[in-house]
Design a protein around this ligand. Structure first.
Ligand code: PLP
Length: 375
């Protein structure tokens, strides 16, 4: 079996898991005022300091959530609720947790969706045209989860520095693959997810610059400085900070390995004479993700054939209820093109062996030849 779907989720790092188990006796409620509670609180705040340091932020700017979906919701809804019918800019290529949040807010906000170009980055001219004096919030991801293409965040951050609109960045697919420094990027809100960086599922981070006021989405106790009620998931918060520290320490090793695997994969397919094209600009992509257009077959068929061969990847599409929906990302880039239905996402990890790349290329070749001979 070959798993090449690390952008969907990663396995938990064994060392991180061992540390979590070794600390499992620290079961206290961080809100309790006795010693057991205080110990839990101390560890929680230690994780918050470590998380903040890795993002070049202050601990008070970090809120732990149940994942990036909640963090994105909190960032967006927390800002939108402060204004009367505000103007907001986002992109057509955001993750569903951003896109569908905005879709649900269209009654109370005016939302402009910026398309991507064929290179996979957003159309900066369209962005410049969309930016208005009364724009209060801009939501744009750092690395696209389907193509891996990095978005022109530095350019946007610079433009907004003079403007005053808040910048919200989904950095879920970026952390661990490139430096994520909130001051460098000029962001006001930034989100991360545990399970994309070899941490647990169900834990996320929202960075919120200290001058940004957010209304809480989950009301309850005064946890997380009144921004999120509910007893903190201390065990997973600890795991998140440990996973982040390790991802940061190993970043060079991991990205070099991922890039080598990606290059080997492209070379192997070329060598095997499998017709393919890369979606988006490969030179602008993060190390671990690549989206490939196979002109000779539908993605739905290819995903099934690969699955049967024990190779696990994703469509450039969201799979819901067993049907493959066309990818909104590829649609934004290429319009109504057959490419949208014939693309597959491969996402790699430093944990993979080079031989696994050969296995994927061999399986693709076999599927291609089988189709070719049968038709
Ligand atoms: N944003 C991006 C870019 C993602 O790839 C994902 C993962 O699916 C999410 C947000 C959602 O993260 P979570 O599963 O932690 O809610």
């Amino acid at each position: 079996e070959v798993y090449a779907d690390f952008a969907a989720t990663t396995p938990m790092d064994k060392e991180v898991m061992e540390k979590v188990f070794a600390n499992a006796d620290e079961f206290g409620n961080p809100s309790s005022i006795h010693k057991i509670g205080k110990r839990a609180k101390a560890r929680l705040e230690q994780s918050r300091r470590e998380t903040a340091a890795l993002l070049n932020a202050n601990p008070a700017e970090i809120t732990f959530t149940s994942g990036a979906t909640e963090a994105n919701n909190l960032a967006i809804r927390g800002i939108v609720s402060k204004y009367e019918h505000p103007h907001i800019i986002t992109t057509e290529i955001e993750h569903a947790s951003v896109l569908n949040t905005y879709k649900s807010l269209e009654d109370v906000a005016e939302v402009t969706y910026i398309p991507a170009t064929k290179k996979g980055a957003i159309d900066m001219e369209a962005f410049r045209d969309a930016l208005r004096e009364d724009t209060v919030l801009v939501s744009i991801m750092l690395v696209n989860n389907e193509t891996g293409v990095m978005q022109p965040l530095y350019e946007i951050g610079e433009m907004l520095a003079e403007h005053g609109a808040k910048l919200h960045v989904d950095a879920v697919q970026a952390f661990g693959h490139m430096g994520v420094d909130v001051k460098d990027l000029g962001v006001d809100l930034l989100t991360l997810s545990g399970h994309k960086i070899y941490g647990p599922k169900g834990i996320g981070v929202l960075y919120r610059k200290n001058d940004v006021v957010l209304s809480p989405m989950i009301t309850g106790g005064s946890q997380e400085r009144d921004r999120r009620g509910g007893t903190e998931n201390s065990m997973f918060i600890y795991a998140m900070a440990e996973a982040m520290k390790k991802a940061d320490a190993e970043r060079t090793m991991r990205t070099v390995k991922e890039m080598q695997l990606k290059e080997k994969f492209l070379n192997a397919m070329t060598h095997a004479e499998i017709p393919f094209e890369v979606n988006g600009d490969v030179n602008q992509a993060a190390s671990h993700i690549i989206s490939i257009y196979f002109p000779w077959t539908e993605a739905e068929f290819l995903l099934t054939a690969l699955d049967m061969a024990g190779i696990y990847v994703s469509g450039g599409s969201a799979c819901s209820a067993g049907t493959v929906e066309p990818s909104h990302v590829l649609e934004s880039m290429y319009g109504n093109d057959e490419r949208v239905k014939k693309s597959v996402r491969f996402s790699f990890s430093h944990l993979m062996e080079e031989a696994e790349i050969d296995t994927i290329a061999r399986a693709l070749k076999e599927i291609y030849e089988r189709l070719f001979i049968e038709s």
